[in-house]
Write a protein that binds this ligand. Structure first.
Ligand code: FES
Ligand SMILES: [Fe+2]
Length: 455
């Protein structure tokens, strides 16, 4: 069974993108919304019996009740990666997406500030926009044409009384932060304050790749037939890479993600020595270029979990392409050196990113139902790069298009397995799956923190 269904290509979609594998309208990705807010005692006991170092119990991947709790607690009260500033390059450009019962519009205003609003009209609650992406002069509600400025203020509402105060009916803002051009929203009244520390830490790593001066060259949606946590778990290890990702492992060294030292035979010892030699060479380059590269890992222990690592790339060392050379001739920002390996950045709950000298790939995970998940991938190049002259779309996207589909299939296989009565939590490899365990530990702690405490 193929566990993942790529969306089909649709021509003529709106937006600033030269070639666009259409992201369906938000209606087409309707999210199953939460039905309840009170966790049952069963969830508390499942949490209490979770064994660190092991996968989660089956209900965490299957149960409607836990899915609803995930939307409310994890996606409703944490910082969620939603897109990039180049999604909305001009005033009036917007993207919209649904997370549980919430729908959010991210729009650039006339002062070039990016803002986020609830996609809910202040008259009778209609959705204001129903496309995943577009461009508007003003936000006009389709129902009775209440008209909002790009800063959310209500400009026009016909047939209201003379005492009606437009100022009291602005669009409701959603917390929005831009980390070096990566956009995060939080629906909580008081978002986790540790975003500031992540921003301070990560800006120097990401800034040289100049995300704000990029354009989105290509975007793709993949629907995986599995719970969102399986999508994240699969991303947090490379145990499966050698046997499942022939294209990705041309450029990626699996040794960078851990290994069992006692299992190394002579051939593998030599391969490891080769890898360590290459990493030492890259570290010299990164130091010479002034690029921070030290690994930082805060995936567990704080609300806004994150990790970063600058990784060596094999062979030509330039990019995650089939021949490991750059996909775009126009390097990002002020970078002059092609051979920089790749900076990786992972966030919890829902994203990961790879930054190279010539392009950036971002990945966002959005739950659709207990057993379906949307993986949204975007490829960014320098905003002045011209397709067909500076970059070739196939070369730019093929490694991650294939890798994503392979990962989607693995997630589908796992979802099928956890449905079985034979499934029970299995052990993680202490060498190669430490980050998966950290994700599950983080998840359990975050859910626990929001459960009603016993009196
Ligand atoms: S619901 Fe928006 S104008 Fe009436
Ligand atoms: Fe993978």
């Amino acid at each position: 069974m193929d566990g993942a269904k790529p969306t089909e290509t649709v021509a003529g979609a709106k937006g600033p993108i030269g070639v666009w594998r259409k992201i369906p309208g938000i209606e087409g990705l309707h999210v199953d919304a939460p039905m309840l807010t009170k966790p049952s005692p069963d969830i508390a006991s499942l949490i209490a019996k979770r064994r660190p170092g092991y996968t989660l119990d089956a209900p965490f991947y299957l149960s409607r009740e836990i899915y609803d709790l995930d939307l409310e607690v994890i996606f409703g009260r944490h910082w969620i990666f939603v897109g990039v500033e180049p999604d909305v390059p001009e005033p009036g450009d917007y993207i919209a997406l649904e997370l549980g019962a919430n729908s959010v519009i991210i729009i650039r205003d006339d002062d070039m500030q990016v803002r986020a609003f609830h996609n809910v009209c202040r008259h009778r609650g209609s959705r204001l926009v129903n496309d995943a992406q577009g461009s508007v002069g003003k936000l006009v509600c389709p129902y009775h044409q209440w008209t909002y400025d790009l800063d959310g203020s209500l400009l026009h509402a016909e047939h209201m009384t003379s005492g009606f105060d437009r100022k009291c009916h602005s669009l409701k803002p959603v917390h929005l932060r831009s980390l070096a051009g990566l956009l995060f929203v939080c629906f909580a009244d008081e978002p986790p304050s540790d975003f500031d520390e992540m921003q301070r830490t990560m800006e120097p790593y990401i800034a040289p790749h100049a995300v704000r001066d990029c354009k989105v060259a290509f975007a793709a949606d993949l629907i995986e037939e599995g719970n969102w946590k399986l999508t994240i778990e699969n991303n947090r290890e490379c145990y499966h890479c050698a046997s499942n990702h022939p294209e990705l492992t041309i450029s990626l060294f699996e040794y960078g993600f851990g290994f069992a030292p006692e299992e190394l035979d002579e051939d593998r010892r030599q391969a490891l020595a080769h890898y360590e030699n290459i990493v030492a060479g890259f570290e010299q380059t990164w130091n010479a270029e002034g690029l921070p590269w030290q690994e930082i890992d805060h995936l567990d222990g704080r609300p806004t979990g994150f990790r970063t690592q600058r990784l060596a790339i094999d062979q030509a060392g330039e990019s995650q392409t089939m021949d490991t050379t750059v996909a775009s001739k126009k390097l990002l920002g002020a970078l002059k050196t092609k051979r920089l390996g790749g900076l990786s950045f992972w966030t919890q709950p829902n994203s990961w990113h790879h930054f190279m000298s010539d392009h950036v790939v971002t990945f966002a995970v959005f739950p659709l139902s207990p057993e379906r998940t949307l993986l949204r991938t975007k490829w960014l190049v320098h905003k002045d790069a011209v397709e067909g002259i500076d970059y070739d779309l196939k070369k730019l996207t093929e490694v991650w298009q294939m890798t994503n589909e392979q990962d989607g299939t693995l997630v589908g296989y796992t979802q099928c397995g956890v449905r079985s009565r034979a499934y029970e939590p299995g052990p993680y490899s202490p060498y190669t799956e430490g980050l998966v365990d950290k994700f599950c530990n983080w998840y359990i702690k975050r859910i626990s923190a929001h459960l009603p405490q016993p009196r």
